[in-house]
Design a protein around this ligand. Sequence first.
Ligand code: MG
Ligand code: MG
Ligand code: MG
Length: 306
Amino acid sequence: MPNYVVGHKIPDSDSICSAIALSYLKTTLGEETVPARLGKLSPETLFILDKFGFEQPQLKTSYAGESLYIVDHSDRVLAPDDVDEATILGIIDHHKLGDLTTSTPLECWIRPVGCTNTIIKMMFDFHNVDIPKNIAGAMMCAILSDTVIFKSPTCTTADIKCVEALAEIAGIDDPKELGMDMFRVKSAVEGTPIRDLVLRDFKDFNMNGNLVGIGQLEVIDLTVFDEMKADLEADIAKLKVEGDRHTVILLLTDIMKEGSEMLVVSDNADLTKKAYGKATIDGKVWLDGVLSRKKQIVPPLQEFFA
Ligand code: MG
Ligand code: MG
Ligand code: MG
């Protein structure tokens, strides 16, 4: 029985590329390991897999009785539903420490960097294993995605150096231009069902007993949402009721203007005023300089709910 590597629910490019890269590393080190995913892939991730010639990792949602590595999260709510019945061999992540626990010692690589793939590159270096060209390309793209081409406040010198090193291995001359190609794919939202967009990069958080859902769409020009904004607002209101959530937020992030419009439905009308110092008007508020859910949206909200 192989071991698995799996990222979070509603997988993003980091979760998928981490699973592919770590499986290769572990297998090379003599431990048969396969990448898996908990859900449907986004157009951006499909673009990366296609570009570097990878198949989609297998869709596998149940892990009872099996052994796995958890990548790109450590929160129970984002993990496989039956993770308690599995053996967690390791956690490789770059988010706040979540609430997953283990009954046996585990390998743990958690670093405050911009992307899980930056940490996996450190693991390759630690074990002195060469990274194949196509895996380097996929890892590089994941870092460009998570750091919003180095613009996110989560981006560190380690991420930038890592992209440089991976680009060299992958033979990519202009990583930033490839990053822009990815964000152009992400920006092609027209014709996509509204619910698909709301859930494209959506995470639930348990904040002091309150369920808070936060989605994010990162594009190169917010005007792509002009025609559909009212539908997006109506849909997050529905999602709030369906999931019995306290709050649902959808961040429409403009990566060129470097800020986000936040659409909010909440049981607390003063939520954004209290958490971010700015009240909503008609359920919307522009937050200048806000690009990162993890670093700029979640921490003030957790304080609000504390
Ligand atoms: Mg992720
Ligand atoms: Mg990540
Ligand atoms: Mg992201």
